[in-house]
Design a binder for this molecule. Structure first.
Ligand code: HEM
Length: 111
């Protein structure tokens, strides 16, 4: 009673026993298996779980899709030449929210 529990979602997301090559950007890893992101499968908890799960989840899911689709629909995206050559530095710095150490710089050309 009275205990406070902190769940390290960051560590779960980087656990080699749970994810293959956890540090690798590999969105296709979510295509095959039916992992639930609404708090039922504990290896993926972007919105938390249980009674305190994010109440904005339905709005958030729709808005993320609309924003991403709008950006892809309206612009042609490319990387600066040096980043195209060296790859994107994905190192993050710890905080209340994670931020990239090297800010992402990409070129958007209107279609
Ligand atoms: C992609 C977008 C979003 C993500 C990834 C996200 C994620 C989260 C997470 C991880 C929590 C903590 C859950 C927990 O403690 O277990 C949370 C809480 C919360 N979220 Fe979101 N959220 C998003 C968008 C939104 C939106 C659009 C709203 C409101 C319109 C919202 C309102 C809230 C509120 C009020 C809480 C606190 C719930 C509580 O403590 O009882 N969120 N969210």
């Amino acid at each position: 009673m009275g205990s406070r529990l902190f769940i390290n979602v960051w560590a779960i997301g980087r656990d080699k026993d749970v994810w293959t090559e956890p540090e690798k950007f590999m969105p296709e890893r979510f295509l095959g298996p039916t992992i639930d992101f609404r708090g039922m499968d504990f290896e993926l908890l972007p919105f938390g779980a249980g009674r305190r799960i994010c109440p904005g989840i339905t709005l958030a899911i729709r808005m993320v899709h609309v924003m991403l689709a709008s950006l892809l629909n309206q612009f042609r995206w490319s990387l600066p030449v040096e980043m195209e050559h060296d790859g994107i530095d994905m190192e993050d710095q710890f905080g209340i929210t994670l931020a990239k150490v090297v800010p992402l710089c990409i070129i958007a050309a209107p279609i």
